[in-house]
Design a binder for this molecule. Structure first.
Ligand code: SAH
Length: 458
């Protein structure tokens, strides 16, 4: 984070705009909207601005005396020398200063805004790309309709009442989310505030019905946040607690609600921060406190994810839950590496297995895996790679069979190492791929050369 986003109260305070052209006008306009008094300094100033209430016009070149009594400064001249002078003098006095289009001279920057007062959304790229910022705002314009102003005002009107009636903060948040996410909101948005109010009162009388903890068991996909489902994202925005392990990439965990509690439950090979039973119990305990618990899992929760065990415990305790599928590593990683898992000429079937070593051995159905015309995808297989290749050859798979290891697929650190059953163990020893890694075995691996250009990161 390069800047701290804050909203400043400038009501009734004197703010200075240096520059009387169209940009200066616009900045003065925003300051006036926020309730500021504005002093505009320039040798030449637009007539329309002069006529505005709360505007003090100074027809002069900028000098230090214009900073007197000023709470905030915006420099919007086309003279770099003047802009710099404003910035240096303001900063020497600790007055926040913004120089339009020159982030290096700014102590604060102005975001693009989506104004649904009292709801306000601010966007910034820290000066990196104002165009991108405006595009993002354009997208959100459609998601947050104009009448959200009305909804925000409605919520403000009942805020104190709800606070006195629902005293537990966690319960109160759930109360508001139910209200602002359901029928009450719909009524407000269509302008029927009387019905909305009646419904809200009814909800307040029946608090017990509102508050119930639940668990969302959500597949987060293999790493790239773009591969989340809409439902995953929506629930991530809703949950009070996020329970995640190290298969879930940081950018994804960062997408959960800002103030949600985050609990890391680890799980690297042989270094289990919490045992599975402890995770199951943790989910139950959190839900019983009335929280909405998001259990984020890498890939798909039901593919080598022990999701089944987690919901068994929840079901036994009568805790409501929902399971949201995710893109499993095999599918996400193969596609980003340019390896189709099935192909008319190479593979009519695809098998997913776990190559987890138990007591130094891998207990797999080797006959089945060594069959021709199929693709074998091995999860958690890197440590057993030597055994895996040797066993497949022993059971009749040609040692020239192509095989790939994909490191941290779909992330910026994706790396693909290819070879054959005979050569790959040696190559991997040299290349030292980093976890998590997925192993793909079969003729389809050779297609990568033709297809990988789709994904430059591969
Ligand atoms: N439920 C998960 C799998 C959990 S098992 C899923 O559906 O994908 C953990 C194994 O998944 C890792 O050891 C690795 O083999 C594989 N894996 C998960 N994410 C991966 C990624 N981004 N790149 C490569 N392999 C990955």
């Amino acid at each position: 984070m390069d800047f701290l986003p804050i909203f400043q109260n400038v009501k009734g305070r004197l703010c200075l705009v240096v520059g009387g052209g169209s940009v200066g006008m616009r900045k003065a306009g925003v300051l006036l909207e926020a309730g500021a008094k504005v002093r505009v300094v320039a040798p030449d100033i637009d007539e329309a601005l002069k006529a505005q209430a709360n505007v003090e016009v100074v027809l002069a070149r900028f000098d230090e005396s214009h900073l007197e009594g000023v709470a905030l400064v915006i420099a919007a001249t086309d003279d770099c020398g003047v802009n710099k002078q404003v910035s240096v003098l303001a900063q020497a006095r600790n007055i926040p200063v913004n120089v339009v289009d020159d982030p290096g001279l700014c102590s604060f920057i102005m975001p693009a805004i989506l104004d649904r007062s009292p709801l306000m959304v601010a966007f910034s790229s820290g000066g990196a790309s104002p165009v991108l910022t405006r595009m993002m705002r354009g997208k959100l314009e459609t998601v947050i309709p104009q009448n959200y102003s009305r909804l925000a005002a409605f919520a403000e009107r009942f805020r104190e009442l709800v606070k006195t009636k629902v005293t537990n903060p966690a319960k109160r948040r759930i109360f508001w989310e139910n209200a602002l996410d359901g029928v009450v909101a719909e009524k407000v948005l269509t302008g029927d505030e009387n019905s909305a109010e009646a419904m809200l009162q009814q909800m307040l009388e029946n608090e017990d019905n509102i508050v119930r903890g639940e668990v969302y068991l959500v597949g987060a996909g293999p790493g790239d946040p773009d591969l989340l489902t809409f439902r995953a994202l929506r629930l991530m925005q809703k949950a009070d607690v996020v329970v995640y392990d190290n298969l879930v990439s940081k950018p994804i965990v960062d997408m959960a609600r800002r103030d949600a509690e985050r609990i890391f439950v680890g799980k690297k090979r042989a270094d289990h921060t919490l045992r599975q039973e402890e995770i199951n119990e943790l989910l139950v305990r959190l839900a019983k406190q009335g929280k909405r618990v998001l259990r984020l899992k890498g890939g798909d929760p039901f593919i080598f994810g022990r999701g089944g065990e987690e919901i068994e415990t929840l079901a036994a305790e009568g805790i409501p839950f929902q399971v949201v599928p995710g893109i499993t590593a095999a599918s996400g990683v193969a596609s980003y590496a340019g390896i189709p898992l099935t192909h008319r000429d190479h593979a009519q079937a695809c098998v997913f297995v776990t190559g987890h070593l138990k007591d130094g051995t891998m207990n797999l159905d080797w006959e089945l895996l060594a069959r021709p015309r199929q693709t074998v995808v091995v999860y958690m297989g890197l440590h057993g790679l030597d055994t895996l290749c040797a066993k497949l050859v022993e059971h009749g798979m040609p040692d020239t069979t192509p095989i790939a290891i994909v490191q941290q697929g779909t992330t910026p650190n994706q790396r693909v190492i290819t070879g054959t059953l005979a050569t790959l163990p040696g190559i991997a020893e040299r290349e030292q791929p980093q976890a998590p890694t997925l192993i793909i075995i079969g003729g389809v691996v050779t297609l990568r050369e033709k297809l990988a250009w789709f994904h430059p990161q591969g």
